[in-house]
Design a protein around this ligand. Structure first.
Ligand code: DC
Length: 204
């Protein structure tokens, strides 16, 4: 396929968006953009002392390779810079151009189906209960050898949910025509299969 074809995958932290997006992109041989990384890269530069809007306007590919981007501190900083309208505006064109590239693209984030690509051919909203998501994030931190405390991770997930859902600019919510996938009781394989089925239905 050489035509643009956009698959928008939104949802809260640790719902399984990343895993599903990578698997869907590989299955359909499409490019994949984890848009959370853009906000994390801006957050990391803010933690290093820079202005958020300036960092967003001057973001370069090397910023996305910073090893600290997956830490909890950077996740919180990302969620904080993400409420700033000028930060979101600075990251918009890059995401839209990526979405319409030849051959199709999968973008995952919070506002892909609602703001970045409201015309996306497929929109998925991937979710899971806060407790299940916190346990997954905790297991992930432990497996990477990072210090973790389940209660603190749960509080962190809930704080980030509240900030992401309650902000005025592009809040986290399902697009009206999104297909909902609740991964709370699904294995990774079941969740990926549900996503691929939903895409196949739209591809016809
Ligand atoms: O998906 P993630 O955990 O890497 O995202 C980090 C933060 O970035 C998240 O708390 C909210 C923000 N974000 C956003 O506002 N819009 C997106 N499209 C992606 C992420």
């Amino acid at each position: 396929m050489t035509e643009p074809f956009t698959i928008a995958i939104d949802g809260p932290a640790a719902a399984g968006k990343g895993t599903i997006s990578k698997a869907v992109a590989a299955h359909f041989n499409m490019a994949h953009l984890d848009t959370g990384l853009l906000y994390r890269a801006v957050g990391a530069r803010v933690l290093a002392g820079e202005d958020a809007v300036e960092a967003a306007r001057t973001l370069v590919a090397a910023d996305l390779e910073n090893d600290s981007l997956r830490t909890q501190d950077v996740a919180q900083a990302a969620s904080k810079v993400a409420v700033i309208g000028d930060v979101r505006a600075a990251l918009l064109d890059f995401q839209r151009a990526f979405a319409r590239r030849a051959g199709g693209a999968v973008l995952d984030g919070r506002d892909i189906g609602t703001v970045i690509c409201p015309q996306a051919e497929v929109k998925l909203f991937v979710t899971a209960s806060a407790e299940v998501r916190a346990k997954r994030r905790y297991d992930e931190l432990v497996s990477r050898g990072q210090p973790a405390d389940l209660e603190a991770v749960t509080a962190d997930v809930k704080a980030r949910d509240a900030r992401d859902m309650e902000r005025a600019e592009a809040p986290l919510k399902p697009a009206q025509d999104a297909v909902l996938i609740d991964t709370s009781d699904k294995t990774i394989d079941q969740a990926v299969a549900a996503a691929i089925d939903a895409v196949n239905l739209k591809k016809g």
